[in-house]
Design a protein around this ligand. Structure first.
Ligand SMILES: Cc1cc2nc3c(=O)[nH]c(=O)nc-3n(C[C@H](O)[C@H](O)[C@H](O)COP(=O)(O)OP(=O)(O)OC[C@H]3O[C@@H](n4cnc5c(N)ncnc54)[C@H](O)[C@@H]3O)c2cc1C
Length: 417
């Protein structure tokens, strides 16, 4: 790791392969590259001391997983032999093949992999940041708040519980409703669900983006007697006043604002591309890193690849998607460095294990265009106990011991004709 801050603006090094972000995508990719080409020179830029397994935060919020098991020191997961620069990228100059760090240092590179995830835009909801973590306002999208969700769920014996979902894209599009299902399941088991008015406000027009999974999910919405409010977007929160404001459009297209009182408010914030990508020439009009959906190579800069949540691709932004993308990027990047044609194409696979009750999951697995891509030879559009075991036991273990170590299981990819 570079410990000494260098002179403002000075070029700190010339990286062979430079990776921005040591999350699920960055660490898994490094492991996969080193497996294919031991000794290849890799520089990682990652500011955080801690690496998180975010998919288990929903379980933490439902009282089904210990929060401590979702975090490990970054130093433990960064593979050996990698030059880790503990800083954040502030600017990317793709034409000049160079990045600027938040301490002013500059790094040039030959090949760049962009995988800093996405940014949770809490500030887009008025009053939210001041009240998160108190007054009954929580979110499973933060490591420190998922335990507060469970505390609130256990403490609620009657009243009104509101769950929210912002506009797409967001990471794990099923996570907002997973919070609702696990909370309702607890209230049902405690015999208090009849006394709790449950409402799910979704900015979009559908419960889930892939229609095949909706009937199984609707069965649970009905079982929990949750009301669905489509096209209803959270815009403002007053924690001490226990009131949330939502906007929807009336029949004439005018924005209408409605105040709703709550006892528990589970918020999922709007999600945007990180500023360093959004402000660079790598971004598409919406700010995301503009890559080819198949090869994951940048559409304008052949020496740049994108990976994970930051990508412009239409897949579900999930760690499951990363699992498959990593193999594609590792193969295609090394081939393109060697002057060979790129051998692999990503099919848009992503997966969302919907925890509909404690002990059962609807395992949604699909690719581009909503094509169902089940990993197992049985009907995955219904809730199953085996899928809960996969979600709560196998996948966390596999993440730390498989995916982050370059073990590429369940990653079959498409080779071009
Ligand atoms: C509540 C919740 C539930 C989820 N459930 C599931 C699930 O059930 N199944 C599933 O597959 N996925 C799930 N996900 C999604 C999954 O966690 C993400 O899709 C996955 O982590 C994406 O990997 P990534 O590497 O692109 O981003 P991340 O894992 O978020 O990593 C990004 C990294 O980049 C670093 N970084 C940020 N900015 C910069 C910068 N400027 N410079 C350098 N580094 C930077 C960050 O510190 C971080 O380490 C869930 C996520 C949440 C929050």
């Amino acid at each position: 790791m570079h410990e000494n801050a260098q002179q403002q603006g000075a070029t700190a090094s010339n990286a062979d392969i430079l990776i921005i972000g040591g999350g699920a995508a960055g660490i898994a990719l490094i492991a996969s590259l080193l497996k294919r080409q031991p000794g290849v020179s890799i520089t990682l830029v990652e500011p955080s001391d801690t690496h998180y397994y975010q998919p288990a935060w929903t379980l933490v919020g439902g009282g089904a997983y210990a929060v401590g098991k979702t975090a490990r020191p970054m130093a433990q997961v960064v593979p050996k032999g990698v030059d880790w620069i503990k800083a954040a990228v502030q600017g990317i100059d793709a034409e000049g093949r160079c990045i600027t760090l938040d301490d002013g240092r500059q790094l040039s590179y030959q090949h760049l992999v962009v995988c800093p995830g996405l940014r949770l835009a809490w500030e887009q909801i008025e009053g939210l940041e001041q009240t998160l973590g108190q007054h009954g306002v929580t979110s499973n999208y933060r490591h420190d708040l998922a335990p507060y969700t469970w505390q609130l769920v256990q403490g609620l014996g009657q009243g009104k519980a509101i769950f929210t979902q912002p506009g797409m894209p967001i990471k794990c599009a099923g996570a907002p409703q997973k919070a609702l299902y696990l909370s309702c399941d607890h209230w049902r088991r405690q015999g208090v669900l009849d006394r709790i008015d449950v409402e799910f406000n979704l900015a979009g027009p559908a419960l889930f983006g892939v229609a095949a999974y909706v009937p199984a999910l609707m069965k649970y919405v009905e079982r929990y007697r949750a009301r669905l409010a489509f096209g209803s977007q959270l815009v403002k929160v007053d924690g001490p006043g226990k009131t949330a404001w939502f906007e929807h459009q009336d029949a004439d297209g005018n924005a209408v604002r409605v105040a709703k009182p709550f006892d528990l408010l589970h918020v999922v914030p709007p999600q945007v591309a990180p500023d360093c990508v959004r402000a660079s020439s790598l971004a598409n009009a919406a700010g995301w890193c503009e890559v080819d959906p198949g090869t994951l190579q940048h559409v304008r800069h052949a020496n740049v690849f994108g990976l994970g949540d930051v990508c412009s691709t239409s897949n579900a932004k999930t760690a499951a998607a990363v699992r498959k993308q990593v193999v594609v990027v590792a193969e295609n990047l090394l081939a393109s460095r060697a002057g060979r044609s790129m051998p692999l194409r990503y099919d848009g696979y992503g997966s969302c294990p919907l925890t509909v009750e404690k002990g059962k999951v609807v395992l949604a697995e699909f690719g581009y265009g909503g094509k169902l891509l089940p990993s197992f030879p049985w009907d995955t559009t219904v809730a199953r106990r085996s899928a809960w075991w996969l979600k709560a036991t196998f996948l966390p273990w596999f993440y730390w011991n498989g995916m982050l170590k370059g073990r590429e299981w369940l990653t079959r990819c498409t080779r071009p004709e």
